[in-house]
Structures are given as C-alpha cells and as structure tokens.
Design a protein around this ligand. Structure first.
Ligand code: HEM
Ligand code: SF4
Ligand code: SF4
Length: 396
C-alpha cells in the first residue's frame, strides 16, 4: 500500500472546466492511502479498455441480507489497497436535505474506515461509502447508525425509496412526497433489509407530472402528483406574462389537448379536457396553479431492458387521494401494495420484475389478483387483435 502510481491517461481528465473526478479521488488518496491503488487500477482499465474487478462478490453486515455491494480487485497483489473494495448503501434523508455537521461526520467515517470516497447519490438515491473491506463493514455500519442513518436496499428486495423535494421547496407539489417516502421506507424496513422477493422492487414519488425523480421510468411503483378540479387562474398575472412573451404561441398552442383559449383578455381553460401535463403551469407559474383537490396517479411496471425489453410505468390508479390516506397512516396504499406483493410472490418466477409478470399473465389477471377494476385510463388504446379470452360462464 502507499505506492504512487503513474496515471498519464487519468491526468488528461484533470483538464477542462468540469469538476474532475480524478482530482477528487487524488484528494481522497491524500488521506486514505489505499485510494492511491484505486487510481492505479482505474488507469490500467483506461489503458486496457476493460474493467479489472472480479466478477460479483458478497459483503454485508449481520442481520441484513442487503445494503452492501461486494467488489474485489483482479490484481490484489499489485493493488493491495483495493483487494476488497466494497460499497455500503445508506438510506438518504427524504428530499436529500442534510446539514454540514452530518456530512462532515460521514466523511470522517469514510476517511477512517474506508477509502475516503462517498457517492452523493447512487441512481436509486442511496448515499454510498465506497471502498471498505468486509472486516471494516460492521464498524462503518455502527458509526453510520450512530448518526441515525440505516443501510439501504440491494438484491431481490425493496430498494431504497426516493422522492422529489416536493413541498419542501416547490410550489408545484400536489402531495407531501417526503412524508410518504419516509413512511413507506420505515413501514417496509424488513422487506428492504432482508431480500424475500422474486427480484428488486422500487418506489419513487414525484410531486407533479414534471416527475423530477423520473419515477415513471425508474420505479416499479411510481407516484406522480396531480389534481382533479380546475386550474386556478390569476388573470392579472396572465396579462403581465403577455407583455413579456407570446403566450398564445408558447403556451396555448403547445397545450397537448388544445383546451386553452382567450376570451377577450381572459384566459379560459376547459379543465374537463386538461390532462394535467404541467406545461402551462411551468410556463406561467405566477398565473396558474393546480386546483385544490390534489392527489397522485400510480403507475406500475417500469424497468430497464433485461429480460423482455424496457417499460415505462403504466397507469394503475389515475387518482389516489394520498392526502386523505396520509391521515390514516396510508392504510389504503399499504393494502394495495401487500396484495401486489402477494400476487407477485405467488405467480412471479425467479428474477421476474412485476412489469414482466403483468406482461406474461395479462393486465386483467393481475387486476383480479390485486382487487382493482379495469378502467379505460389504464390503456392507451383498446386491443387491435381479436384474440380475446372469455371465461367459461361468459361463453354461454
Ligand atoms: C387457404 C388456406 C388455409 C387456411 C384458410 C388455413 C387456416 C387455418 C386456421 C384458421 C388455422 C387455425 C389457427 C389457430 O388455431 O390459431 C390453421 C392451422 C393450421 N394450418 Fe392452416 N390454413 C390453410 C392452409 C394450410 C396449409 C396449406 C397447411 C399445410 C401445408 C396448413 C397447416 C396448418 C397447420 C399445421 C395448422 C396448425 C394446427 C394446430 O396448431 O392445431 N394450413 N390453418
Ligand atoms: S416533480 Fe413537480 S413537485 Fe416535485 S420538484 Fe419536480 S416540479 Fe416540483
Ligand atoms: S396542464 Fe397541460 S393539458 Fe392542462 S391546460 Fe395546461 S397545457 Fe393544457
């Protein structure tokens, strides 16, 4: 350990105006010697154009089946500092709000027990401490626990839920994304720490259709804020915007359902035909606001390509009264989730995401299994082929 490596290729990446990850790793290496070996191996990967980590790897803490990702260097003799280079996932604060005291203490933990490197944040939302050995894992875990933080998910479990900052700092939020995110995380800690599913399962919460955590694309169950009643219009502010730019061209003409027009000076919205796309509110935030009957839509089944192709979430519940359900500790959504997980447990095969299961058994079978009625909002268009299955009693 401690040997300084030549890194001509990585040194190129210290040039330019964007913050350099090479410079950051060098700074960490000043305090955590082993991180110098990380630079050495990454340089070798740049040269060989292949990665030099061994396949897979297990690491973890007692009592949990998830939360760490094990990783071993292919050249432990050459790079002893990263012979073991595991990462630990930590559940972030909802909305990613921290104070500097916490961040300083976390950095101290990483400098003392690991490679001095942190990832803010993993794509699912976890804080990650990078580069520790299995022997250090329990100490890191205890130190993190003392700060009041717990490990996140990994493997075939409920992964760490995440949310947009919503009501904390955004006037578009239709529900308290941070509150439900935190509540369901705590409710399902067992499912998160001890993998018992066919495969991974993710929750994400966005306060409105702008979907700042990309829940529709990156979570098996996506909650996206919306409203049921009329958009509130401040006609004076509309007039102010009209002085600044062409509201007709950039707002009305771009409404996807063409449900807005001017009557004289006044803006009119035919809310029955509004699909709550957020465009007009995004463009005229001082003039337009979502209505009072707020809640969210629930989409199901998003996933990356493996195995049967990528999917975005499909509409499962057009309007979930999340603000009302919050008063009952989210009883309604918790019972829907448990029906869903039971069905997936019963009929899903190993490493089958819930979206793939629905594709295989059919949406109607899934709906029956979880106790929801089929409704038109669930499909983009009706089926175009005539291969319709009827149950025996329907056939008479
Ligand atoms: C005008 C000509 C033909 C028509 C209208 C026709 C129509 C059909 C239909 C409606 C089916 C049932 C499909 C289903 O159950 O989903 C079928 C199946 C089949 N046809 Fe034809 N067919 C024609 C010619 C042929 C020829 C020339 C062959 C063979 C050389 C053939 C071999 C088969 C076979 C093997 C099956 C599958 C039977 C099964 O899976 O049980 N067909 N055909
Ligand atoms: S998703 Fe909507 S509510 Fe949440 S931060 Fe983005 S714009 Fe605001
Ligand atoms: S939210 Fe979208 S669909 Fe509704 S009025 Fe505004 S632009 Fe049109």
């Amino acid at each position: 350990m401690g040997k300084k490596h030549q890194t001509p290729l990585l040194d190129e990446l210290k040039k330019g105006k964007w913050i350099s990850f090479v410079r950051e790793i060098e700074r960490a290496a000043e305090k955590s010697e082993r991180t110098e070996d990380l630079l050495g191996q990454v340089e070798e990967s740049y040269h060989d154009k292949v990665n030099h980590w061994k396949h897979g790897g297990m690491a973890g803490v007692k009592g949990y089946g998830a939360g760490m990702v094990g990783r071993f260097s292919e050249y432990p003799d050459k790079y002893p500092g990263i012979k073991e280079c595991h990462s630990m996932r930590i559940i972030p604060s909802a909305g990613f709000f921290y104070n500097s005291d916490f961040l300083r203490k976390l950095a101290d933990i990483s400098e003392k027990h690991a490679g001095g490197l942190l990832n803010f944040h993993g794509a699912t939302g976890n804080i990650q401490i990078l580069g520790m050995s299995q022997a250090e894992a329990e100490d890191v875990f205890q130190a993190v626990a003392e700060l009041g933080f717990d490990l996140g998910g990994s493997g075939s479990d409920l992964r760490t839920p995440s949310c947009c900052a919503g009501q904390a700092r955004c006037e578009f939020a239709n529900f308290d994304t941070m509150k439900i995110c935190r509540h369901l995380t705590e409710e399902y800690l067992d499912e998160l720490h001890r993998p018992a599913f066919n495969y991974k399962f993710k929750f994400k919460f966005s306060g409105c259709a702008n979907d700042c955590v990309a829940s529709a694309a990156r979570s098996d169950l996506a909650f996206i804020g919306t409203w049921k009643d009329k958009i509130k219009i401040n006609q004076e502010e509309v007039k102010n915007y009209k002085k600044k730019f062409n509201v007709q061209k950039y707002v009305l003409d771009k409404c996807p359902t063409k449900c807005m027009w001017f009557e004289g000076e006044n803006l009119v919205i035919d809310d029955e035909n509004c699909v709550k796309c957020m465009h007009c509110i995004n463009e005229l935030p001082k003039a337009l606001k979502a209505g009072d009957e707020r809640g969210c839509s629930i989409l199901i089944g998003a996933k990356a390509p493996l195995v049967t192709g990528p999917r975005m979430g499909m509409m499962l519940v057009p309007f979930y009264d999340v603000n009302e359900d919050a008063k009952n500790d989210y009883e309604w959504i918790k019972s829907l989730i448990s029906n869903m997980w039971e069905f997936w447990d019963e009929y899903g095969v190993s490493r089958e995401r819930i979206g793939e299961l629905i594709g295989r058994v059919g949406l109607n079978t899934f709906l029956e299994g979880i106790g929801l009625e089929p409704i038109p909002e669930m499909v983009e268009h009706p089926r175009s082929n005539p291969f319709i299955k009827f149950t025996e009693d329907e056939e008479e």
